[in-house]
Design a protein around this ligand. Structure first.
Ligand SMILES: [Zn+2]
Ligand SMILES: [Zn+2]
Length: 206
C-alpha cells in the first residue's frame, strides 16, 4: 500500500472543488483495485509574497513561485515526520489555486503548464494548479482537475505519456483534455497493477 499526502494550497476559493477531487481520487483507486491511498494533510496558506505577476502571451498572469510551493510541501512532509514520527509518508500532492511558475517571464508557463513533480531527498513532491482548469460548469472543473491528478500520479509510478484514450495522453489544449476519459487505459492500468507496492492488501489477514 502506498499513501500520498494531499494538501490544499492557496485561498479559499476552490476548496470545495479540492475536496470533491480528493474524494474522487480516493474512490477511483479503490474501485480500480490499486493500493494508493490519499491522505488529507490540511490547507497550506501561501503568503501573498509568493504570488508573482508574470507576463505571458495571454497577458499578465498571477502565479505562485515554484520554489516557494515546493518548499512548503517538502516542509509539510518533514513536519509530519517529526511530529508523528511517521516516516512512511514520503509523497505529497499540492493542489494550488493559482498557477505555479518560476519568475522567469520569458517562458510561457501558464499555457503549457499541466503539473509538475520534483524529488527532494527521498521525498516526492507533486503540484497541480486548479486555476487553468476552471470552468463555469462545476462538474467539468472537478473532472479536469481529477484527470490532472491521475496524470501526475501516473508519472509518479513510472508511466510515460500514452497515445490511447487515457489520462496519460497529454492534451494540447483544454478542449482536448475534456475529450480524455477520466481513467487510465488498460495498458497503463496494467503497468500500475504490476507494481509490487500498489498491489491491493488481502481483505483478511492470512
Ligand atoms: Zn505528463
Ligand atoms: Zn494509457
Amino acid at each position: 500500500m502506498d499513501r500520498i499526502a494531499f494538501a490544499y494550497m492557496g485561498g479559499e476559493e476552490f476548496s470545495d472543488v479540492f475536496f470533491e477531487v480528493y474524494d474522487r481520487v480516493r474512490r477511483y483507486f479503490r474501485d480500480v483495485g490499486l493500493a494508493i491511498v490519499p491522505i488529507y494533510v490540511g490547507r497550506i496558506p501561501l503568503p501573498p509574497g509568493t504570488l508573482a505577476r508574470v507576463e505571458t502571451s495571454e497577458g499578465y498572469v498571477k502565479m505562485y513561485s515554484f520554489e516557494a510551493v515546493v518548499e512548503a510541501l517538502y516542509g509539510k512532509l518533514v513536519e509530519m515526520k517529526e511530529s508523528v514520527h511517521d516516516e512512511s509518508l514520503t509523497k505529497i500532492f499540492g493542489l494550488t489555486t493559482y498557477p505555479v511558475g518560476s519568475r522567469d517571464p520569458h517562458l510561457d508557463f501558464y499555457k503549457k503548464y499541466l503539473g509538475l513533480q520534483v524529488t527532494v531527498a527521498n521525498y516526492h513532491v507533486m503540484v497541480l494548479s486548479m486555476k487553468p482548469f476552471q470552468s463555469e460548469n462545476r462538474f467539468l472543473f472537478v473532472e479536469r482537475v481529477f484527470k490532472g491528478v491521475l496524470h501526475e500520479i501516473g508519472h509518479l509510478y513510472g508511466l510515460d505519456h500514452c497515445r490511447n484514450r487515457c489520462v496519460m495522453n497529454p492534451p494540447s489544449d483544454v478542449q482536448e483534455w475534456d475529450s480524455r476519459p477520466p481513467t487510465y487505459c488498460n495498458s497503463c492500468l496494467k503497468k500500475l497493477r504490476d507494481r509490487e507496492e500498489l498491489k491491493p492488501m488481502p481483505r483478511f489477514p492470512l
